[in-house]
Ligand binder design. Structure first.
Ligand code: NAD
Length: 285
């Protein structure tokens, strides 16, 4: 695979496609937003910016998508008749991904899901965890492409990557909510949040939230992780829906989702997801 289409040039898609260009791959990039296309052209001069999703597939061995959700993915895929292999790197709904793959298979085309974790900083560094679902042969062909963006791991058939990603974000959302409440309680008691985090990060309470989000985005008051709260809430609802299709009791997940729903209603979808800590502090005062 040497020529790739890439649709969705937002917080994640821009640094991810930049890694592909750095790896020597030809990238045909498209975003529905003219502003996003213009900033992308400045940020990644080695890529070719095209003016439709369909044009991104011209001469491409595969088209990669990094879009907000399954609705948008399905709308864009409807324009990609020329693409034989489509790789959905968005955090989409696993059951819809499976159904879409079955529809594409009717015309001899293949859908692979390859959602990512690691945030904007991981996308820039090429260290994303890439959770891949799809047929062995196509996943093997895609390995060098995905490895340019991070660490691909083939986790099962199509849809498996999207299921794992949603469950990962359910855990991540729970850790951030739990650490936000705990740090605020400690602060009201008189503890220094920086000292709390230093100790917790050498203790059993540590998580990606205490090791990364708190010191880099919450304590400095910058809230610039680059992952919108609307996207986080979408992901955890996907996980809760998935849980509902099983017999597993998920009282904790339901409480986590309810808390994040309240934060979304208060902050709006464009707020950074780390602002849940700021919102809880405001609630406390
Ligand atoms: P984003 O909102 O920054 O980017 C999405 C891009 O898609 C935008 O530029 C938008 O203009 C474009 N777009 C929307 N509809 C389109 C259409 N019909 N055709 C073409 N382009 C269209 O979002 P993001 O933060 O880059 O996230 C993208 C995906 O990756 C989401 O599914 C998200 O859940 C997931 N994700 C994000 C992060 C993160 O830290 N930001 C981390 C892991 C996974």
């Amino acid at each position: 695979m040497t020529t790739l289409g890439f649709v969705g040039l937002g917080h994640m898609g821009t640094p991810m496609s930049s890694r592909l260009v750095d790896a020597g791959l030809a990238v045909r990039a498209y975003d529905a937003s003219a502003d996003a296309r213009a900033s992308f052209a400045d940020a990644v001069p080695g890529a070719t910016v095209v003016d439709s999703a369909a044009a991104s597939a011209d001469g491409a061995d595969a088209v990669l998508l990094c879009l907000p959700n399954s609705d948008v993915v399905e709308a864009v895929v409807a324009e990609l008749d020329a693409a034989r292999v489509i790789v959905d790197m968005s955090s989409s709904e696993p059951l819809r991904t499976r159904a879409l793959a079955a529809r594409l298979a009717d015309t001899g085309r293949v859908l692979v899901d390859a959602p990512v974790s690691g945030g904007v900083s991981g996308a820039r560094a090429g260290t994303l965890a890439v959770m891949v679902g799809g047929p062995d042969d196509v996943v093997a062909d895609l390995e060098p492409v995905l490895a340019a963006m991070g660490r691909p791991r083939h986790v099962g058939p199509v849809g498996a990557g999207h299921a794992l990603k949603a469950l990962n974000n359910l855990m991540s959302a729970a850790h951030l909510a739990a650490s936000s409440e705990a740090v605020l309680v400690g602060e009201e008691f008189g503890l220094d949040p920086a000292v709390m985090l230093e100790v917790v990060n050498g203790s059993s309470g540590r998580s990606g939230s205490t090791e990364n989000k708190w010191p880099n985005h919450i304590l400095p008051g910058t809230y610039g992780a680059g992952f919108g709260i609307g996207l986080m809430v979408k992901d955890i609802h996907i996980a809760l829906d998935l849980a509902g299709s099983t017999r597993v009791p998920t009282r904790h997940a339901a409480a986590t989702v309810a808390l994040w729903d309240d934060a979304l209603a208060a902050l709006g979808p464009g707020a950074d997801h780390t602002e849940i800590a700021r919102w809880l502090r405001e609630e406390a005062s």
